[in-house]
Ligand binder design. Structure first.
Ligand SMILES: [Zn+2]
Length: 386
């Protein structure tokens, strides 16, 4: 295995069955490779009541500034029914120029390309001015409690600081080069309960049907847009995800109705201001006619934006030089660990094409892995050129 080849390294990583929270040998493999190249490697394990212990990795080479942080996760989502895979999910088989396996794009391929590029730099320019730090968690696809959040706190307590970060999540919708993510929307989930009075359908005057109140409240929530979007963000959106009364009978008016919703919101909102707005809308829609209560889950998924600065443009330039495509700067999609890293340094995300992530038959063309390594190589060269 040549660790300066993204393909070799990705293949070796896929063969480690690191379904969250299992380490699966993936971090041990990276530790060996990084140590052999001269990195100082630490393997902190974090735990919390009610969640599995999680292994993580932090490595660094160099002592000076600037410090570029390369971040990612080696854990993967479960393969599902292994019999439905064309090639076994942890085989890392290469067939007709395509590398198959769970994590190929999300995100062992991205990590492999990043680290292969970093090892290349270290080998060919051992006196490069600055430092490379590597932060890899095994807890991104799970509860995300014993991973990046604690690893960043742990690094900070040791005096580590970073000037910029690239997170290698798959960001491209169609082709390598399509999209860099410079922010993420926030996510807030809530539940709504409407209280009525159970009764006989033939005697509705003796009952109070909560479904009517629920319809009214949900219509009130969706009646007007939350906002019109911002320069870098789409409009915030509330989606009702379920409505339940749990009533199997056709001759009974139910006593209670429940709904759940999730809001993906832009940088005009915080979870607190959003909760206030939702409660205001519910109150207005309910008036005195509907008895309701709402509750909101705690969320650490706030919206954030990395202003398109010189670092962002440098990565755009590197992508364009390798692919011929000027990548769009986007804040679309779900949440990622970038929402934690942004509290420490400017962070952007760029990786592979995301089309097969979390699917059966996750896979990546070998040529794309090689090209991604070349892109990261250009980023490192430009970053440490000063
Ligand atoms: Zn991922």
């Amino acid at each position: 295995m040549n660790p300066r080849s993204a393909v070799d390294l990705a293949q070796a990583l896929i063969r480690c069955p690191s379904v969250t929270p299992a380490e699966g040998g993936a971090l041990a493999l990276l530790a060996r490779v990084l140590e052999a190249a001269g990195f100082a490697v630490e393997r902190p394990v974090f735990s919390a009541p009610g969640t599995p212990d999680v292994e993580n990795l932090y490595a660094r080479i160099g002592t000076g500034a600037p410090v570029l942080l390369l971040a990612g996760h080696t854990d993967v989502v479960p393969p599902g029914d292994e019999g439905r895979w064309t090639h076994p999910p942890f085989s890392g088989e290469i067939v007709d120029g395509v590398l198959w396996g769970r994590g190929a794009v999300d995100m062992k391929g991205g990590i492999a390309a990043m680290l292969a590029a970093a090892l290349d730099l270290v080998a060919t320019r051992p006196d490069f001015p600055g430092s490379i730090a590597v932060l890899i968690t095994g807890d991104e696809e799970g509860p995300a409690i014993n991973g990046t959040v604690k690893l960043l706190e742990w690094a900070k307590a040791r005096g580590e600081r970073f000037d910029a970060c690239i997170l290698g999540e798959p960001t491209n919708p169609e082709r390598l080069g399509d999209m860099i993510k410079i922010g993420r929307r926030g996510s807030l989930s809530g539940t709504l309960v409407v209280h009525g009075k159970q009764g006989h359908v033939a005697y509705p005057h003796l009952a109070d049907n909560p479904i009517e109140g629920m319809v009214r409240l949900l219509a009130g929530l969706k009646a007007t847009l939350l906002d019109a979007g911002t320069v870098h963000f789409a409009a915030s959106n509330l989606e009702v995800t379920t409505v339940d009364v749990g009533n199997p009978a056709t001759n009974v008016i139910p006593g209670e109705a429940r709904a759940a919703f999730n809001i993906r919101f832009n940088d005009l909102w915080t979870p607190a201001t959003l909760e206030t707005e939702i409660r205001r809308r519910l109150e207005a829609a309910a008036g005195n006619a509907v008895r309701w209560e709402a509750s909101f889950e705690n969320t650490n998924a706030v919206a954030f934006l990395t202003e398109p600065n010189a670092f962002v443009r440098r990565v755009q330039d590197a992508v364009e030089a390798e692919t011929g495509i000027r990548p769009a700067l986007s804040t679309t999609g779900g949440t990622s660990d970038a929402r934690f890293i942004k509290d420490y340094c400017p962070v952007l995300e760029f990786g592979l094409v995301g089309q097969t992530m979390h699917q059966v038959d996750e896979r990546v063309p070998v040529a794309e892995l090689e090209r991604l390594q070349a892109i990261y190589g250009r980023v490192l060269e430009a970053y440490f050129a000063g």
